[in-house]
Design a protein around this ligand. Structure first.
Ligand code: ADP
Length: 158
């Protein structure tokens, strides 16, 4: 059976931290689907299509990684695409508490799905989409926190 994992998140924007988790998880799975979760009632910072385009660019040479957009519960998306695993990254103890609750609730609702956690590497632990957004909002240079092929300044020139 194909081992399919979902890596869900808002990726607003996608950072080197996200990229690192996916690349490290790659040998464990046959396919990883990066699921950009959205809520039509909430306005993100970067448009959904832009976020999708950026992530596709990062993994254009990795056929095992695909990108999808989904509005709804991650466990419902797992069912839709026949995925058995949810992949998440852990940076801090705060991440752990938050993720533990979600993973245990997901396990109650869909016992056949396992959530797999990878600890972040020390170099990426401090990176968060929120901090990156703040730097960019104030016209700072956040390039060292973003995958090398993502040039967010192009977004501001549009
Ligand atoms: P969410 O809103 O679901 O937390 P994010 O896009 O912020 O979505 O994060 C998606 C996943 O990536 C989460 O598991 C999060 O812990 C993980 N993640 C975020 N930043 C990093 C990082 N710097 N290093 C490793 N994992 C990270």
């Amino acid at each position: 059976m194909n081992r399919v994992a979902i890596f869900p998140g808002s990726f607003d924007p996608f950072t080197r931290g996200h990229e690192s988790i996916i690349r490290r998880a790659l040998p464990m799975f046959d396919q990883i689907i990066v699921m950009i979760g959205y809520n039509s009632n909430k306005k993100p910072y970067y448009p959904l299509e832009k976020r999708e385009e950026w992530i596709n660019r990062v993994f254009k040479n990795d056929p095992k990684i695909t990108v999808a957009k989904f509005e709804g519960l991650t466990i419902d998306f797992c069912k839709l695409v026949n995925a058995q695993y949810i992949l998440r990254g852990l940076r801090t103890s705060a991440d752990f508490e938050y993720e533990r609750a979600i993973a245990q609730i997901n396990k109650d609702m869909r016992p056949e799905i396992e959530t797999i956690f990878l600890l972040t590497t020390p170099e990426t632990t401090a990176i968060s989409s929120t901090i990156v957004r703040d730097i960019l909002l104030h016209k700072g240079d956040a390039s060292q926190f973003l995958p090398s092929c993502i040039d967010i300044s192009e977004f501001y020139e549009d």
